[in-house]
Each structure stands twice: as structure tokens, then as C-alpha cells.
Design a protein around this ligand. Structure first.
Ligand code: DGJ
Length: 744
């Protein structure tokens, strides 16, 4: 079993073939962290690995060691993982080991999404109980290790075992102490339209924090950090990932103390959190997922991609090929009627798309974004025959039908708001802020969740709907739980997201055949919590291919390509006005859950031919693109960012698809050269190029090459060989690498 308990040293060692995580109970009863990283041998006592943090105290009550769950007021001057306010106003917590139990597999977390096992043999878990004798506070640290994934998961359950109520003011899902600070920290930061840009900077003394306080994980920062050693590359060097399976306010932080120890904290954002815990009550934290690799940043991404694709995403769509979608938004916005929808859908079917998604504007009386959210009945002015008839009309073209919803919102100009103004989030006596002309429904109120289950369920049950895009378009302001007492208002944000999860849980259970796409003004809630319900997410509202290079590269640090919805849109691009070749737009969107965001009727004959060919090309290779191993070969965040290259390798190694992209053309550029990875050195591969017109480029790269040659020398883009074809800005080429002979 992958968890070893050494009774003598009271040491717990969680391990698999790739890594180890070691904890130990000191003589004082405190639980300390000894190691996370390289696989260490079993049967060995690692007590010598403990390191003391810097402390100015000589007679401190607690040991400032690398505590597994550091608490406040103990002499450890670093940030705590758990802070409380006892009934007497004090905040001291002194946690001592009481016992542990090993559990086969991995238990679910009540009310929260988490990674899972299908067979108890896939993982083993240990639940360690720590108690604060003075108050009776009890902590259960649940830590799991997968056999096949170099990942550790951690969630914390706090129980008030005392006789007085107390308040939880910080509950981190994990605090991970590392014995040195020789790391650089990567975070994914951005804004609307430029999500998940990579920021990389060495750790320095003090704290570096990423956080959200807006009610969702947000566009600005993703609940993820990656530490890597100086000199680490995509393919080599030590790297640690920390990812939170949560969609609400989060904190991800690294702190370096004066002695050079590093502490990572990951959990619910504490400034917007305070949870009242009555005697006997428990609180469960979201799950943190740690990944470790000595195969570079790519090694960490490999772990998250596989784990999240196979054991976080669930339901009937987990293992199915994702359909090619044509979404109506950029093609029609709010401007459609029944005939226009039917024409768009039949145009989409004619091009080869498999699902037509009718975006915003089909309900209430919504001609723009100023009204009707909450009124989830079809707008019969626009769609007089009703939804079932429209869906049948669309489906008669041989294409599936999907629909857009934004259940968590209400427009001030809506029937729902007239009937239930008290359901909109707002602090008593203060005006509510409108953002995008809308308010947020109070998802912490179970009556709201029940109502939404009923009305959204009625829509989804009324017609043959196979796809739902679930949007969420504003930050939460004037936070206030309309049914919560004053002393529980600090629970609002967490209860809000629990309500969202509950609604997702009910709707995905009632409609198991529907593929859900999550969205929040693009990638504003692209996080592992959402992936547990919606297998894919709209990556960004910016559909410009050049901007998407950075957005998709950053997103790919954690999230698998199957989860990243990527669409070709019209030129000039609606967000930035750039005109890029249609095949460049497709070559970028191929590396994701592919589709279109345009009006087929607006395409000219040449474009229609290109789109048909793109869809045919993608469908034939989507198994590799959606479920293969993804590698970043050239990053748009490196150098001047002018070039990017990505690669996907089929699970059986029989083919690989490589995308190469160049933003601006430059005079006398010299050949671009980039090395492939993950091929068999001794195998032979046929190389072909898409679009096929580039014969000169194929010849220049040779029709057949060895895996060693492709990995050591690489593919090259030579403007001379390419004659005039590679000239111009915004170029992209796809190389298909097909194994023709095995090694040997
Ligand atoms: C924001 C989304 O990101 C867009 O794709 C679109 O669905 C609009 N909302 C609709 O209002």
C-alpha cells in the first residue's frame, strides 16, 4: 500500500513510483512535515529532515518546525493555516496528534467537488486527527496519494468538539513547508480578455499572494501556483504545482521566512471568510492538489492534465470526443429570430459542425444585456414556435442543439426581480451596484437554488438539448447573505459557491447526457471546481488567434486541452480588430475543444471550403488533440514572444501533431528551429504539413525523419524553402508526425 506508518518514529510516508510525502509526530505530539518531492525509500526514518523556522523566541510554547497545519500564536511567526476566534476572544490553538486511520481509496468531500477514484485500489488516504486540548477543537487532515499520478491531495475538516461556539477565521486546505527558498514562482494572472498569462519571478523574503475576493476564482488570478528551481525548463528540473479545487474566493501564497524556509498556503481567501462553528459542528475545506516532478514544468502539467481529465471531470462526457460546436454569440449577438437561428444552424451543419449553441438572447425580452436575466422562458417575439419546435428544426439538419444560461443572475428589469427582489445579493440599506446591468442572485439561499433547479430544469427538459453553456458575468459586490444572521455573514461567499455546486450537482444528475461548458465572461471561473461539473470551459472572450497563443499556453499549465473551449471567429476580430488568416485561427483553436463563433452565412466561398476542411481535419485527429499528451515546445512568454509551438502526442504514440505560430514577419529572419519531445528516438516518422499547399516546407523538413533527429535537431521553418508562403504576419503551420516504423 502506498502509505507506510513507522510506529517507532511515528512517521507517515505517502509514496508512489514517482514521489514521496513524509510527515512525523514529534515527541511533543506536534505533526511536522519532513519531505515532499523525490521518491525516498520506505522503511527509513526521516526525522533528521525536519528544519526549524527562524524564531526570536527561546522558550516558545510551540516548536516553530515545519508544522503540517501551522496555527497562530505559537512562536511560529509565519502565516498560519488555521486561525480561530474562541468564545473568550483568544486565538491560540495548539494542535496535538491523537491518532490516524488509513482508508482505502479516497473519500468524497461533503458538498464540495474533488478528485476521485473509481476503484479503491487507485489511491490510499490517511486521516490524521489533531486536537487542541484546551478548546476541544478537532482537526482531521485528510491526505491521499494516487498510485498512478504523482499527486497528493489534502483537505481539512475542523470540528468544534468543545462546549462553546467558535469562529474559524482562516482555514487553509494546505500549508506546505519547504526547507529552502531557491524557487521561482509562476502564477497565472490576467484580466477579462487576457486570462492566464504566465508571470514568473524568484521568491524573495516576505509573502507573495494571489487571491480572489470577488466571489468567483476570477479572471485576475487562477487558484494555482507553480514553484520551479532556477534553470528548470519544460522538460527538466524540479517543479511543484499547487492547485485548488474551488471556484470561490481563494488565496495562493508563498512566504519565505528570515531563515530561508518557504511556506506555501492554498485555500479559501481569509479576509472574506469567517465561519461560525457551533459545538459539534464541522467545516470541510476544499481540496488542494499538489503535484511534483523532476521532469520540469511539463511534468507538473502532465500530472494535472491526466488527473483532472480522468479523475476530476466526471459523467458521460468524461471520456467522449467533444463535439465541434458553432456558437451563435459573435455571429448574431442578440440579433436573431427563428429563421436566422435555423439558418445559422443549418449553415453550421453544412460546414460539418456537430452542435449548434444558441447563446444569450433567447429568453424573456432580451434584445440587449439590459433585461430579462432570471426570466427563463423563451422569448416568443423572437422564437414564436417555442423552444421544442426550434430545437427540432435545428436538429432536422443533423446537428445537436445547445443553449446558453446564466442562472446565478437577475436583471433589475425582469419579472423575477419584481417578484423576488429579496433574492438579489445586497447589503441592507445600501444601494446595489449594477454590473452589466445585472444583480447576482443569492446562491447561499436554498430557496433560490430550488427555484433555479425548477426553472432551468424545465428549460432543459422541454426539448432535446445536448449542450449547456453556463455563464456568470459579474463580480459580487455588496456581499450579504439574505437569509444569514449577522454573525454568519462571513460565511456568505463560501455558501454562495456551495449553492452553485449544489445547483450544478442537481442539474448534471437530472440531465446526465448534457455536456456542460462553464463560462464567466470568458475564463473568469476556469478552475478545477468547475471542471468537476462542467467538463469544459470557455477559455476567453478574446477569440483573436494571436492573443489566444498566450491565453491557451498559460491555461495549459494546469488544465487539459479537452477542457479548453477554443473557437475560430470572424476577421477582423471583434475584440482587437486584428485580421488573421482563417487557417491560423483554426491552427490555434485545434489545440482545444474546437469550434466556431461566427455566422456561417457571412463566410465567402473560399472560407467555407477552408472551414469544411478544418472540421474534417480536426475530427479525424481530435482523439490526439483532446486526449493526447500536450507539450509546450516554444512559449510566447519567452524571448520576444514572437513564436509559439505546441505539440500533442497520441496515447499510443502512433502520431503527434505540432502547431507552430509566428506573430510578426521580420526581414531575413533565418530559419525558426524548434525541437520536438516525447517521440521514440529509434522510430521513423512521416512528416506532413497542414495546410497542404506548403510542399516546399514538407520537402525542406524531409518526408520521413527519425525520432532522434526530430528531437535533437527539430523541425524548421525556412522562409526560403517556403518561398513566399511563410511571409506575412500571423502565420501558423501544423505538422503531422506519423510513426511509420518502430524502433529497432
Ligand atoms: C460572456 C461570454 O463569455 C460570451 O461568450 C457570451 O456568452 C456572452 N457572455 C453572452 O452574454
Amino acid at each position: 500500500m502506498p502509505i507506510e506508518w513507522l510506529e517507532e518514529g511515528r512517521q507517515l510516508h505517502l509514496y508512489n513510483d514517482a514521489m514521496s510525502y513524509v510527515m512525523r509526530v514529534l515527541a511533543s505530539g506536534r505533526l511536522v512535515h519532513l519531505h515532499f518531492g523525490t521518491r525516498l525509500s520506505t522503511g527509513t526514518d526521516y526525522s533528521h529532515l525536519t528544519r526549524r523556522a527562524f524564531t526570536a523566541l527561546y522558550n516558545q510554547v510551540l516548536d516553530p518546525e515545519m508544522l503540517e497545519l501551522p496555527t497562530a500564536g505559537s512562536g511560529d511567526a509565519r502565516v498560519a493555516a488555521l486561525t480561530v476566534e474562541h468564545a473568550d476572544g483568544s486565538g491560540v490553538v495548539d494542535l496535538v496528534y491523537r491518532g490516524h486511520r488509513l482508508l482505502p481509496g479516497k473519500p468524497d468531500l461533503p458538498g464540495l467537488p474533488s478528485t476521485y477514484v473509481e476503484d479503491a485500489d487507485e489511491a490510499e488516504s490517511v486521516e490524521i486527527t489533531l486536537v487542541d486540548g484546551h478548546s476541544g477543537l478537532e482537526v482531521a487532515l485528510l491526505t491521499s496519494v494516487y498510485r498512478e499520478h504523482p499527486a497528493i491531495t489534502r483537505s481539512v475538516r475542523i470540528t468544534n468538539g468543545g462546549i462553546e461556539p467558535l469562529a474559524l477565521t482562516t482555514v487553509m486546505s494546505i500549508a506546505l513547508d519547504l526547507p529552502d527558498d531557491d524557487w521561482s514562482l509562476i502564477s497565472l494572472t490576467g484580466a477579462w480578455g487576457r486570462e492566464n498569462h504566465i508571470t514568473d519571478a524568484p521568491l524573495i523574503r516576505g509573502r507573495r499572494s494571489l487571491a480572489s475576493t470577488q466571489g468567483s476564482s476570477g479572471h485576475r488570478q487562477n487558484p494555482f501556483i507553480l514553484l520551479h528551481r532556477p534553470g528548470t525548463t519544460e522538460a527538466g528540473g524540479e517543479a511543484i504545482g499547487a492547485s485548488l479545487v474551488y471556484s470561490g474566493n481563494f488565496l495562493a501564497q508563498a512566504e519565505v521566512d528570515p531563515a530561508g524556509l518557504t511556506r506555501i498556503r492554498l485555500g479559501i481567501e481569509p479576509e472574506t471568510f469567517r465561519w461560525q462553528l457551533e459545538p459539534g459542528a464541522s467545516f470541510q475545506s476544499p481540496e488542494a492538489v499538489l503535484a511534483w516532478s523532476d521532469a520540469g514544468r511539463g511534468g507538473v502539467s502532465d500530472t494535472y492534465h491526466r488527473l483532472y481529465r480522468e479523475r476530476l471531470v466526471r459523467g458521460s462526457w468524461r471520456d467522449r470526443a467533444r463535439p465541434v460546436v458553432l456558437n451563435s454569440w459573435e455571429g448574431a449577438y442578440f440579433d436573431f429570430d427563428e429563421d436566422r437561428v435555423a439558418e445559422m444552424a443549418s449553415g453550421a451543419a453544412d460546414l460539418g459542425a456537430e452542435t449548434f449553441v444558441l447563446d444569450d438572447g433567447w429568453f424573456g425580452a432580451r434584445d440587449d444585456d439590459a433585461s430579462s436575466l432570471g426570466d427563463w422562458t423563451v422569448d416568443t417575439r423572437k422564437l414564436p414556435s417555442g423552444l421544442p419546435a426550434l430545437v427540432e428544426r435545428v436538429r432536422s439538419n443533423g446537428i445537436d442543439f445547445g443553449i446558453w444560461i446564466e442562472p446565478e443572475m437577475v436583471s433589475p428589469r425582469s419579472r423575477l426581480f419584481e417578484e423576488h427582489p429579496e433574492w438579489a445579493v445586497g447589503a441592507p440599506g445600501r444601494p446595489r451596484s449594477e454590473l452589466r446591468n445585472q444583480y447576482v442572485l443569492d446562491m447561499s439561499n436554498p430557496a433560490v437554488v430550488d427555484h433555479l433547479e425548477r426553472v432551468i430544469g424545465a428549460v432543459l427538459g422541454s426539448a432535446d438539448i445536448s449542450y449547456v453553456k453556463w455563464d456568470m458575468n459579474r463580480v459580487i459586490t455588496e456581499p450579504y447573505g439574505t437569509t444569514l444572521p449577522a454573525h454568519r455573514q462571513g460565511e456568505f461567499f463560501h455558501r454562495y459557491i456551495l449553492g452553485v455546486y449544489e445547483l450544478y450537482r442537481r442539474l448534471t444528475a437530472a440531465f446526465p447526457g448534457i455536456l456542460f461548458e462553464s463560462c464567466a465572461g470568458g475564463g473568469g471561473r476556469f478552475d478545477p471546481g468547475m471542471l468537476a461539473f462542467a467538463p469544459q470551459a470557455w477559455t476567453s472572450d478574446d477569440t483573436d488567434a494571436m492573443d489566444r497563443l498566450r491565453i491557451q499556453t498559460g491555461t495549459s499549465l494546469v488544465y487539459p486541452l479537452s477542457s479548453m473551449v477554443a473557437h475560430v471567429s470572424a476577421a477582423p476580430n471583434h475584440q482587437v480588430g486584428r485580421v488573421t488568416p482563417i487557417d491560423t485561427r483554426a491552427a490555434v483553436a485545434f489545440f482545444g475543444s474546437f469550434g466556431y463563433e461566427l455566422d456561417p452565412a457571412a463566410l465567402d466561398a473560399d472560407e467555407r471550403t477552408r472551414v469544411r476542411e478544418q472540421i474534417e481535419w480536426y475530427v479525424a485527429r481530435r482523439e490526439t488533440l483532446q486526449r493526447g499528451r500536450f507539450l509546450r515546445l516554444v512559449s510566447p512568454f519567452d524571448g520576444d514572444g514572437n513564436e509559439t509551438a505546441w505539440m500533442c502526442i497520441a496515447a499510443d504514440g502512433s502520431e503527434a501533431i505540432v502547431g507552430w505560430y509566428r506573430v510578426l514577419s521580420r526581414p531575413l529572419p533565418g530559419p525558426s528551429l524548434f525541437r520536438l519531445r516525447g517521440l521514440e528516438p529509434g522510430a521513423r516518422y512521416a512528416v506532413s504539413v497542414w495546410p497542404e499547399a506548403d510542399d516546399a516546407l514538407v520537402r525542406a523538413n524531409s518526408l520521413e525523419r527519425g525520432g532522434d533527429d526530430l528531437m535533437a535537431v527539430g523541425l524548421f521553418i525556412d522562409d526560403h524553402a517556403w518561398e513566399s508562403q511563410a511571409r506575412g504576419d500571423f502565420q501558423a503551420r501544423i505538422f503531422e508526425i506519423t510513426k511509420v516504423a518502430h524502433a529497432g
